[in-house]
Design a protein around this ligand. Structure first.
Ligand code: BEZ
Length: 237
């Protein structure tokens, strides 16, 4: 009898991250339960021993400390098996050079998903792009196990890992300070107040009656949020 196929689904922003258990290069994991209280970047790549994926893994691994500073774990996935993962990560450490990176050790878990169960559950297989490989999907999952952001890249395009870190810091800043972040925002730049959806005190703000808030028009008000305050509240030393 055929094994029933896992339905192709895709969690949306605001949904609980679909639960699964998996074998990884760092032992078995139960997701998202094992990461309760932490943020996670769950990301898929098409295949081990491929150049774009290699450059991405080296970059993710070199920035793992930056993610950990913001209470964020990395978890990779491809539809390759565990021994292939181990051989690839060893090759990366022993041989690969990318930009100024070499001897890079990948210490975050890489999921063995030969069955494609997790990839199907997370909508990582996009048949128009490839039927036997996952695309470059990224799910940002918060400490309560809720999907907070989703990014998809095609096979040929390596991800901007600094942007993924920026997303995590921006999401945490929005949660912590009750603000929104404008285009290309970086910590230390003005933030949007109040977040979209509430326009209650527009007149007071426009009239300059709310201290520290500057309005260009009734719907576009900002305030300073020093980087030191963000670091103090969100970053670990
Ligand atoms: C790569 O990582 O280099 C790659 C993987 C699959 C298709 C195209 C490129």
């Amino acid at each position: 009898m055929d094994t029933p196929e896992v339905p192709v689904t895709m969690p949306r922003i605001g949904d609980p991250a679909p639960a699964f258990t998996a074998r990884t290069t760092q032992g078995d994991i139960s997701f998202p339960g094992d990461y309760a209280g932490e943020w996670v970047i769950l990301f898929s790549h098409p295949a081990d021993f491929t150049p774009v994926c290699t450059s991405e893994f080296m970059t993710f691994a070199s920035m793992e400390g930056d993610f950990r500073r913001y209470n964020t774990r990395l978890v990779g996935l491809s539809v390759d098996g565990l021994y292939c993962h181990i051989a690839w990560l060893r090759t990366i450490q022993e041989k690969m050079v990318y930009r100024d990176l070499k001897n890079v050790e990948v210490t975050f878990p890489l999921i063995d998903d030969v069955s494609m169960d997790v990839a199907r559950r997370y909508g990582m297989i996009m048949p128009g792009e490839a039927t036997t490989q996952a695309v470059r999907a990224v799910f940002v999952v918060d400490p309560a196990g809720v999907v907070r952001a989703i990014v998809y890249y095609p096979l040929s395009l390596g991800r901007n890992v600094a942007e993924l870190l920026r997303m995590v810091v921006a999401l945490q800043t929005a949660d912590e300070f009750g603000v929104a972040t404008p285009a290309d925002w970086l910590p230390g730049e003005p933030v949007i107040v109040p977040p979209p959806g509430s326009c209650g005190t527009a007149k007071e703000r426009m009239d300059g009656e709310v201290e520290g808030v500057e309005c260009v028009d009734w719907f576009f008000c900002t305030k300073d949020l020093p980087e030191t305050l963000i670091e103090e509240r969100l970053a670990r030393s």
